[in-house]
Design a protein around this ligand. Sequence first.
Ligand SMILES: NC(=O)c1ccc[n+]([C@@H]2O[C@H](COP(=O)([O-])OP(=O)(O)OC[C@H]3O[C@@H](n4cnc5c(N)ncnc54)[C@H](O)[C@@H]3O)[C@@H](O)[C@H]2O)c1
Length: 238
Amino acid sequence: MRTALITGAARGQGLSHARRLTDLGWAVILADVLDEVGAASAQELRNAGHRADYLHLDVSDPDSWAEVAEFVRDTCGTLDGLVNNAGIINVAPLTDETLQTWNRILSVNLTGTFLGLQTLEPLLRDGSGVVNVSSVFGPVGAAGYAAYCSSKSGIIGLTKVAALELAPRRIRVNAICPGGVSTEMNANEPEGGVANDTPFGRRAVVEEISGTVAFLLGDDSSFITGTEITIDGGLTAK
Ligand SMILES: NC(=O)c1ccc[n+]([C@@H]2O[C@H](COP(=O)([O-])OP(=O)(O)OC[C@H]3O[C@@H](n4cnc5c(N)ncnc54)[C@H](O)[C@@H]3O)[C@@H](O)[C@H]2O)c1
């Protein structure tokens, strides 16, 4: 049985990716800072007959990653998939952004992805797959999102470097760039904004992102590495 570790998987897109992968026969390790929610999500998957564990992980903390690596070593030994999905957002004009918030967003979104790759690389099986979750606000800028855009843009560069360095082991590293997706992250935003700008006239539902994650971790994408797939209902086609 193949095993994937998904960060930020207590809820939202990460949990949806876990559901999709378990439906395809994978075992999953959900990792998050929301311990109660994450444990309940893993339980829900086990109740449905799947193999799922929950682990506490603050992706910005190298010690926390070391504990996760120890768990992986002791339980399954190696991983077949890693989804660096955990992320946070903040909206502020460039001139109002505090250094503290800037550093926090970079440390969770970008450094968290770097630490995941660096810590778990020795445990990734040859031929395995990594998906790093960027955003359309990576290749494209958005006023008010200096830290978020910078972190998501950085993930694309990091993805390409990791893909090159891990190619000799046939480990494929790709990024996804979702447009607006209805989750807790944007629950307080009016539905209008991104949805109105999107040619499809709505945000995605989480399941519409998970198919691409499963594809990028699966055998059908065996020659795809070092690139990003945009899933945005046409938002950036304009
Ligand atoms: N919702 C959108 O419109 C959208 C669009 C493009 C990209 N994304 C990205 O998709 C990913 C998933 O977000 P979502 O939409 O499911 O939102 P979400 O807020 O529901 O999920 C994010 C998850 O990350 C976890 N997390 C936050 N900080 C963490 C940390 N330090 N360590 C471990 N886990 C942490 C949260 O607890 C949460 O479970 C994020 O990287 C986000 O930036 C979201």
